[in-house]
Design a protein around this ligand. Sequence first.
Ligand code: PEP
Ligand code: MG
Length: 882
Amino acid sequence: MDKKYVYLFQEGKASMRDLLGGKGANLAEMTQIGLPVPPGFTITTEACNEYYSNGEIFPEGIWEQVWPALAEVEAASGKLFGDKKNPLLVSVRSGAKFSMPGMMDTVLNLGLNDDTVEALAANTQNERFAWDCYRRFIQMFGDVVLEVEHYNFEQILESAKEKQGVRYDSELSAESLKWMVIEYKKKIERKTGKPFPMDPRAQLMEAVLAVFRSWNNDRANVYRKINGIPHEIGTAVNVQSMVFGNMGSDSGTGVAFTRNPSTGESALYGEYLMNAQGEDVVAGIRTPNPIATLAKENQEIYQQFVDFSKRLEGHYRDMQDIEFTIERGKLYMLQTRNGKRTASAAIRVAVELFHEGVITKEEAIMRIEPDQLEHLLHRRMDTDAKLQVLAKGLPASPGAASGRIVLSAEEAERLGNLGEKVILVRTETTPDDIRGILAAQGILTSRGGMTSHAAVVSRHMGKPAVCGCDALKIDYTQGLVVIDGVEYPHGTIMSIDGATGRVIKGEVSMVDPELSEGFKEFLGWADEISRLRVMANADSPTEASNARDFGAVGIGLTRTEHMFMDPERIPIVQDMILAQTLEDREDALAKLLPMQEEDFYGILKAMQGFPVTIRLLDPPLHEFLPHSEELVVDITKLRMSKADPGSLHDKESLLRNVRALSELNPMLGHRGCRLGVSFPEITVMQARAIFQASARLLKEGYDIHPEVMIPLIMGKEEFIMMRKLVDDTAAEVMSEQNVHIHYKVGTMIEVPRAALLADEIGKVADFFSFGTNDLTQMTMGLSRDDAQGKFLPIYLDKKLMKTDPFVVLDRDGVGKLIGIGVNLGRSTNPKLGLGICGEHGGEPNSVEFCHIVGLDYVSCSPFRVPIARLAAAQAAIKNQGK
Ligand code: PEP
Ligand code: MG
């Protein structure tokens, strides 16, 4: 049998998303569960893919399947395509497997021509309506299919309004609309050299072609790239009989979510417009009414809609985003899909669906993208901040942002890429603005509702947005906005609060978010399911308590060098480094000891009950000294001014030392445990500070678990030497203080050789923590400091690498070494603790790898702890039974 390219809605199934696209599969499913869906059929994604692989030629035999399907639609609707008495009109819409709202093309009212328009007028007894449909169709077909730019039609529309002396499109008379149709057709013929096609079948063929072509347009490509949607999956095309929401006051159209997409609250949430066509609601041209008022306008239809929505949500077991049309008092369901939502709504919906018995905990966990949680951890406006509220719009996407206002997407993109914070201000946004939206901190529009393009896209990206702010008048030509008669030129700093819709003058101070009870419950389920524990990288008591609040069960890395950077301590640290004798160095260390003791005391106390892994000093010592270029400048100035010879001498000697300590390759140089090998007294001071702090805390009754970590070892020899210093110091402190401290000594695995010799090292270490920042650098021979800014982007662009290995762990190479390290380490020490503390510990894909390779924990920055907890649970679910 020939390949099947065309499926009637009643032939498809929800499981055929790959072939029918999300929209096609849903239309089929809705038809099957008995909802009133206008009849239609879907041309498969396979046809689109073959179109591209054939060199942009339709697959053979496709039309032989389309025409019989169209005949079925004719039969079901009781209308005929191109008929002069009772014409069938269709919509032609794209629909890929994953929803790409507004990115590809759509044509409505297809099948209209100079004859069928008359029939439509006669059948509806509404000449104005019929000609309005016709002019909309020519405009859309002209724009999308024939590629005649939109402004050509806008100009004609404006002159029609001017000629008739009216302000709004809806006031145009049938005569004006007829005149527009003539002008539109003339324009198209002038621009394309061909008359507008009158044959409905030719129209259909061209429209299908245009949808296939739109798969490859610029904005669709950008959208796919941002959202990780593969290019090869293609789009399906849905051809569906038209129903009209603009047939008079008993007709209408709308979109609704079964739950609130901003907050997740379980209540129907949406908007509609009477006497309007679908695009009017989403395009944000007229501000629509909230769905609740439909109950007053038409109780029966409203109730029917509520019932259908419940049925759809129950069927798909998730919050739905539904499009509907009322044609002369009859309700039609046009489309349903899983609704896009903010991160906090996503969690509330998942938690409530579990409590309603609709989904399991595991399903709830799998419903949230870990990276989405980042949006929840975003800042909001400080309630105490003094705000100069200029205007209020709709709270379209939560979060708050400050920045310079810019009035074009191009400008937003340009400045955003230069690192400027900007707020993109537009009357409304269109899919063409996507790059600008991406680069802006927030979006502000003067028109459009909660389901306008700007609102939907911002919520999805987790960007603050305020929409439909009527008080805002935008003057693009002058480059300014006017609010209450006051002009604000572009570049003025403003703030928006997407949670309340406020537009505020100037910059506003922000505060950290608090996590909802639902969020905590949800992450509690994640912890029940996951095997990996999640710890944090934290260097201060405040960071430690933040990490606890986010659910960290310990600290996997304290970088002690951050404590050395304190401005008050730097001179002492420099004395320690520059000491010429052991005695001088010990003097400096004696001053540092009580400070370090206080540091460790604070962190261990904040994390009581959980392990705290303290890493001994790691960076090359020159990092604590001034730059030689700066010293040269100082010395030159001192010489010129003939100032105090003492300070000149000090600077000169400092410069000599700085030069002596400088290395060509410091990251492969005198750092990590190599410092302790050269200057054991530094290691001893740090160990003493840790154990003295621990002894105090134990005496005060705290439950503490210090773990000392040795960085950058190459093999067991260094580790044994360092461990002895730590153990001896611990023994000394314990006997001085007369307490027993339970502690561990482990090592980082950051040098490939250490991973290869992990069996030997495992015999003498209590734990390994994979330092995947350095391990990536050394395994791949890529500088972690330079590669990202230089040639890595080229590698990514040329697809030599899928992802940046400093962000997503390189499973093939670095991961292989980790696997070797884990297996060898456990082979000699079954009790060996195993974790990761490189940046990868908070990145979902890498967390999954850590689960698979058998680590015990991941450690990441405090703000990524919730993300890692969720990723750990998902890893456990995805890899069940493996
Ligand atoms: C690492 O190398 O992965 C690590 C955690 O240490 P640092 O980033 O401090 O070098
Ligand atoms: Mg390191």
